[in-house]
Write a new protein. Structure first.
Length: 391
């Protein structure tokens, strides 16, 4: 490989360039970024940046040591066998890593609505969150919960509209998420579940039942879609909304995908996964770099996400399904800190923790190793998760 083009200058793109150099690649690397700025970290956008604790989340990078041709503000428009097409001309190459991330979904309607994906989005939202402002958030997932937390801290009146019958429905079943619902009320957030938006209108939201939510600002937080439209004529296969890759993150010889756009086959979970979390952008690039350089490393992680909401630190490790057995660590109705664990047989499939970060980290290692656990020990919050291992 004489020239590798990394398309997408977020965390996944930067880490791909770093991984290539760390693994001994000394030829040309070009990093294409659609945004007119160097790579920056996204998790702080809904936390520290909204709180005003930081204004810049640029990721540290020694560009001179990396010797990367950085092209900010240059978006890819297509992929050929030997070049990446852009609006300013083709970039010839013999290796490609697609790391274009995802774009926020927008709601129907002619009224103004915000999304929170870029650093400019976050700065503009922060400026709008003035005391007394009426904020309507559509979506009670991770981002909706975090923005609601910060908006209330800043003195806004907050209404959250969620189509599902409980918050965090994209990650947690009702039995677990219902234990979190009171957080919203305690923060004086008007959480309306089972409510669907018909359209965004000037002055707020029109719901499908005909009611109206009045608001000065509307934030759409109903998810994202991978940025793969530019690959429509590339010949690549697609799955789960993203690019279909093998267990080494290869879409075809010489082309890999990482981050939000990659859909890989998980032997661990028995299905193809596409995970839109920071940890994926952190870890996958090393495997993609190895693949392009002829290595045989495979990618089958235990996914991980964390969130700060309503004064609590939550973490979700792994993946669960309806057939897994739920085991509680602590009493979610009485304890401030607790965890929910999902088991398949006697192996840990997933864990959701509230203010128990050690549980999350230990459970992740146990799940990665496929170790068996004792249910009774696991259910005892006084016993460290690693001490519940029986082999």
């Amino acid at each position: 490989m004489e020239h590798c083009v990394v398309v997408g200058a977020g965390l996944a793109g930067l880490n791909t360039a770093v991984a290539l150099r760390n693994q001994g690649y000394s030829e040309r690397i070009t990093l294409l970024g659609a945004e007119p700025c160097p790579p920056y970290d996204r998790p702080p956008l809904s936390k520290e940046l909204l709180r005003g604790e930081v204004d810049d989340t640029t990721l540290p990078a020694d560009w001179s040591a990396l010797e990367v041709d950085c092209r900010w503000g240059v978006a890819a428009t297509g992929l050929d066998e030997s070049a990446v097409r852009t609006a300013v001309g083709p970039v010839p190459c013999d290796g490609v890593v697609v790391a274009t991330g995802a774009a926020p979904v927008r709601l129907p309607g002619d009224g103004p609505q915000r999304t929170l994906r870029s650093i400019d989005d976050a700065r503009q939202l922060r400026a709008a969150l003035r005391p007394g402002a009426r904020l309507a958030i559509v979506g009670a997932g991770w981002i909706g919960a975090e923005v609601a937390t910060e908006a209330r801290r800043l003195g806004c009146q907050v209404t959250v509209v969620e189509a599902a019958d409980w918050p965090l429905a994209g990650a947690l079943p009702a039995e677990v998420a219902s234990r979190c619902a009171h957080w919203w009320a305690a923060a004086d957030v008007d959480l309306r579940v089972g409510a669907k938006v018909a359209a965004v209108r000037t002055g707020g939201l029109e719901l499908t039942d005909g009611s109206v939510v009045e608001a000065d600002e509307v934030l759409c937080a109903v998810g994202v879609r991978p940025r793969v439209d530019w690959l429509a004529d590339s010949g690549l296969a697609f799955a789960c909304g993203g690019i279909e890759v093998d267990d080494r993150l290869a879409a075809r010889p010489g082309v890999c995908a990482v981050g939000d756009v990659a859909a890989w086959p998980s032997t661990r979970y028995g299905r193809r996964l596409r995970v839109e979390h920071w940890d994926t952008a952190l870890r996958a690039p090393a495997v993609a770099a190895a693949t392009l350089l002829g290595g045989a490393e495979t990618y089958d992680p235990v996914p991980y996400v964390w969130s700060e909401q309503f004064g609590r630190y939550t973490q979700y490790v792994g993946m669960h399904d309806d057939t897994d057995e739920l085991v509680w660590r602590g009493d979610p109705d009485a304890d401030a800190a607790w965890a929910a664990c999902w088991l398949s047989g006697d192996t840990v499939r997933a864990v959701f923790t509230v203010d128990r970060p050690r549980d999350a980290m230990q459970a992740r290692k146990v799940a990665e190793r496929g170790q068996r656990v004792d249910r009774q020990l696991l259910a005892d919050p006084a016993v460290p998760v690693k001490r519940a291992v029986v082999d």
